[in-house]
Design a binder for this molecule. Sequence first.
Ligand code: FES
Length: 79
Amino acid sequence: MTLTLTYCVLCLHEHPALIAFLQDLLQNHADQLCVVELNCMAACDDNPAMIIGVDYIPRITLTELEGRVQAHLDTSDAP
Ligand code: FES
């Protein structure tokens, strides 16, 4: 199952660790991801914010992003 990640590229530029993680993720798991890049997602005060699947996560940290993505990948890889 594909995991959709939605975020604002303008805000994410202030968070290079998140960008690096996303780039690595796309290189290794592109078949399991759908990335939606917006120029504003009306979450400017919650920067960095993401919508992961249907969950809105304000002020997301790298640790939280990694955990949520890994949980999805683990579920997808299960038989
Ligand atoms: S400019 Fe990034 S959420 Fe508005």
